[in-house]
Write a protein of this length. Structure first.
Length: 259
């Protein structure tokens, strides 16, 4: 009996992905047709509203102690309370926010209520999160990934009450990575990777990954070893300059490499 293995960066996208694929495809197509970052934000918030989200914020994380102006310039997508934004950046909260610390570490998607269990927090850190509740940002979900230039990105949705199960978080990872790529392309701050080329076998592996199959399941489907399947996925992530299979699928979809 073959032992099942876990391969870094090659997580299963979703155990029930096929059941939700039409719905996910619809929002990806809607985002693809958006002509501005503002319209992308609107589409995303409509989708995230089903989980109770009323606000969203996404941006690349600047280097520690960047100026307020530079911090604000990194915001890519925003439907966020203006007064809270002003207070947050004016007081330098970005450099103390524990959710930003987790984003820089490349943490798995997390709810804000989980922060204390994921990293060390001090009273000032908790104060930042408590102040957010003044603006009806009581509960939040943050997803960390990276730009194609390997800069950390934080993407948060928030509201008074969120309800997103683990499979929802995985779907949101794909949608948010895709949306950020589209927004970056519109704004012109990201290399387009027009010359990216994947081999037929790499495309096969990536297509099956997009269907929700694990490395071992892909290997069985293609009659190759798990190590070979994992090697192909690692090569795909390297060529697309991303760190996770979910992000690789999002970029491949955005670039038209798979459909």
């Amino acid at each position: 009996m073959t032992k099942k293995t876990n391969h870094p960066g090659s997580e299963r996208i979703s155990s029930n992905w096929r059941q939700r694929f039409d719905e996910t495809s619809a929002i990806l197509e809607e985002i693809r047709q958006c002509s501005s970052a503002e319209s992308i934000s609107k589409s995303l918030l409509t989708y995230a509203g089903r989980f109770g989200a009323t606000n969203l914020l996404a941006g690349a994380i600047p280097l520690p102690f960047a100026s307020q102006r530079e911090q604000l310039s990194h915001v890519m997508l925003a439907v966020w309370p203006g007064e809270w934004t002003t207070r947050y950046f004016s007081n330098g909260y970005l450099n103390r926010d524990p959710t930003i610390r987790l984003v820089r570490q490349g943490a798995a998607p997390f709810c804000w209520s989980e922060v204390s269990n994921l990293c060390k927090v001090c009273p000032f850190d908790l104060r930042i999160m408590h102040e957010a509740k003044e603006f009806r940002l009581d509960e939040g979900l943050t997803i960390a990934f990276s730009t194609v230039e390997r800069h950390p990105v934080g993407f948060s949705i928030a509201g008074e009450k969120l309800n997103a199960d683990p499979s929802d978080r995985l779907a949101l990872q794909l949608i948010m990575a895709y949306a950020f790529g589209c927004a970056s392309a519109l704004i012109g701050g990201m290399h387009q990777h027009k010359s990216v080329h994947l081999s037929p076998r790499q495309l096969d592996v990536l297509r099956w990954a997009s269907e929700g199959l694990t490395v071992d399941e892909i290997a069985e489907r293609l009659n190759i070893s798990s190590n070979t399947a994992d090697s192909h996925l690692r090569a795909v992530r390297e060529r697309l300059r991303v760190s996770s299979t979910i992000h690789a699928v999002a970029e491949a979809l955005r670039l038209g490499l798979i459909s």
